[in-house]
Ligand binder design. Structure first.
Ligand SMILES: C[S@@+](CC[C@H](N)C(=O)[O-])C[C@H]1O[C@@H](n2cnc3c(N)ncnc32)[C@H](O)[C@@H]1O
Length: 224
């Protein structure tokens, strides 16, 4: 696990200060364009970790939480929020008493998220360490896990650790959602990941194709 105080704790003032210079650089751009530039910067910094050229659309964000009943969830966790394409939708949907935090491995994305959503609790660490952060919130179980992780390009060891953490922490009636891209659906890594989900979860539902996303995508909705 990363061990500087900035990296381990909730990003507060330091994250905001670090982001100020980028705000001036992008200040004349519309928010959505700015988000695209930020995302592309992340891809150039860490191509395999980010795994996509642009952020997900609002339509995909809605499909990720469709029918989730997030307002009634006690605990919700987002893995790999990037620039916050799903985070805004989650924040709009959770209840007043829902515990919600995000785990983002890229420090620049993490501090940018804290600036974009000041009320968000975001930890700059790997999703593999979800259990430790749940304990910080006096929680052992999660009702809803939203993952934006790029499964096809993640090292298998990281994939294993994250899936293990998900299985160990998801409530018995909890839901784990993640997404895949249509164009990659039949590629070996994507087929292997789908087979893994089907082996690990009792129920794996696949949504309709979300065409209003670039590239078009679909959502996996998994229950234990
Ligand atoms: C495909 S992007 C998705 C971002 C956002 N959810 C969206 O859909 O626009 C993947 C994100 O996962 C993050 N990520 C990759 N590996 C991670 C890990 N082990 N733990 C936490 N975040 C990770 C990347 O830094 C990036 O922000």
């Amino acid at each position: 696990m990363a061990d500087s105080s900035l990296l381990r704790g909730r990003l507060r003032g330091e994250g905001r200060r670090r982001d100020t210079s980028k705000r001036s650089l992008f200040s004349s751009l519309k928010p959505r364009v700015e988000e695209r530039f930020r995302f592309l910067g992340g891809f150039l910094r860490r191509p395999t970790s980010v795994g996509a050229l642009g952020p997900s659309s609002r339509a995909l964000a809605e499909a990720m939480v469709d029918g989730s009943g997030l307002s009634a969830c006690e605990t919700v966790v987002e893995l790999g929020p990037g620039t916050g394409a799903f985070t805004g939708k989650i924040l709009e949907s959770i209840g007043k008493r829902t515990t919600f935090f995000a785990l983002e491995v890229d420090p620049i994305f993490a501090s940018g998220l804290q600036t974009r959503f000041p009320s968000l609790t975001v930890y700059n660490d790997s999703a593999e360490h979800m259990r430790e952060y749940l304990l910080r919130h006096q929680k052992k179980r999660v009702d809803y896990i939203v993952s934006g992780l790029p499964w096809a390009s993640l090292p298998l060891s990281v994939q294993d650790n994250v899936l293990k953490a998900v299985l160990e922490t998801l409530s018995p009636d909890g839901v784990f959602t993640t997404f895949g891209y249509l164009h990659a659906r039949w590629m070996p890594n994507a087929l292997r990941f789908r087979a893994r989900l089907q082996g690990l979860f009792r129920l794996v539902e696949t949504s309709e194709i979300v065409w209003k996303n670039f590239p078009p995508a679909f959502v996996y909705r998994c229950k234990q």
